[in-house]
Design a protein around this ligand. Sequence first.
Ligand SMILES: [Zn+2]
Length: 604
Amino acid sequence: MIFDLVRRILKPKDNIGITDWAEKHIILGQKQPTAFHGRYKGSRTPYMREIHEHMVNPSINHITMCFGAQTGKTLNGTIIPVLYYACEDPAPMIIAFPNERLAQSRSESSIMVMVEDSAYVRETLLSPKKTDFKKLEYIFKTCVINLIGGNSPANMSSRPARIVFIEEADKFPDQTKKEAKAINLLRERTKSFWNKKTIENSTPTVPNAHMWQAFLDGTQHLLHVPCPSCGLEQAVEFEDLDCPLNGTEYISQEAKWKCRGCKTLVADKKFRAQVKKARWIATAEAKDPKHVSYRLPAWYAQWVTFEDVFLEFNRSKDISSELQNFVNSWCAKAYTQKPIESMDDNQILQIHKDFPYPKKTIPLDQDAKFIVYATVDVQKSHLPFSVWATTPDKLFLIDFGSLSVIDDVALLKSNAYKDRDGNVVPVRFALLDTGYRTVECYRFAIGKSWLIPIKGEQGRLTTMTQPLRVEKIVSMPDGSSFGKGKQLYLHHIHPRFFKDELTDSVNNRESCYCPIYFCDGIHVDDFEYVKQITGEVVMEEEPDKYGFVATFYKKVYTNDYFDVAQYAYAARHMMHQTLSNLKKQVDNKQGTDNVLKKQGEENG
Ligand SMILES: [Zn+2]
């Protein structure tokens, strides 16, 4: 023990830098999860040398490696530096993984075998009493290293450490909410050391998650490769790879890099040779001068070819979750999820342009068969509404705006809209969303046969198997009775059935259930109507453990007019029988006007 201590103090510090140190001392044995066994060679990952230099540079205390998969980042960014520090510059260290299971597996499959295979490291670190790598605390001759999982928050704030390594930061639990704090807690642990370091490596995930933000906060170094023809140094992004297309598939074996300067196409092999001459160039100024950040796409690795890249891209491009993985793990970029379906502003404007008509006017004549009704949403300070004229197979927006108080819904009912021949057409009924300010809504609805109270079901999951479910209500939410014989028939609206009909009515006009039309005025207030009716888009969920991908509607803007428009489709559903009768009349060219007699009569 004393001998060890003396030896450690007297031993001249090996100042050769981490890359050269690893070439001298690290052996990758047969059990290592790598394709390259034998002595470690820095030339396989030439881009690591500069980063290794920063790891021993006292003026740098935070290193972010935003790297693609397969770039050797765990070996070069974590394991070798850990062993270097333990042997040459010992300090209490923490290696943090997303969970303990991963910590355990990395410990046994990588760190343990590397220590055992590398004689110098083994002799420097292991005491005769064997270090137990199954325990997540290594008691080496030189220092103590703790491996911790992000899923055990108690670990995050225990003992101090001079150097903290963080693996796959974005995969820590609760990444979006508490995780930023967990990573900060980890960094806090180093603060009493003047020569502290945080070293993190991970593929990025989404823009707001830790890794992409950490990359943006730092120097944003990109690896610049010189063009073999013109010498222009450039960071090679996916967009710079050129690959011919055959139908919908890329011919991966013909992929090349196209120089941004001289447009020369550079073959894969030549590119790999150029990567050895590449250098890191900072593209931003770090918020903290002690923070350097690096980003490296997968194709910079000597063992990932352009063909591999396009084979993977062919496989991923049409599946949202796979595409996200491609962007994260191959391009080393944050992925912004795009809606798989949304109503496009231009489509709405085109529909209006193709069939324009004045606001507050029904674009149909008296011989047409149609019904006029209103749909109203209730918000905290206002009541957005729309008025519709529907025929058996078309839906026309004829008015929209905002009411100030619930009583105004009665005024809306008494509005007189005119058809194309100038005849006044009454508003037959109104749908009122009672989900918010429910007491006021119920109070207003009781006794009004023309008012249909509705409630939009919330959330992505529903137990509703039917688009509509009718519930008899006889009391206020607090349990107080409406009074003898008074009741309401509340129509529960499926969370997405009518949203799908609405979206379809814009996007698939030929095949949809009922195409929609828009009156003049949707341009005013800087296109506010258009922005709102496109205020929800369809997104894909992360696939579940069976690979099933669910979709859901996501609010991306004020969605008032979107909601009242989906209610217009719900209303059509309620009038299904009436609309069928109207259709028969149109077909038989019979003119009767008394078709909506029963609608809403059960209320009150
Ligand atoms: Zn060039």
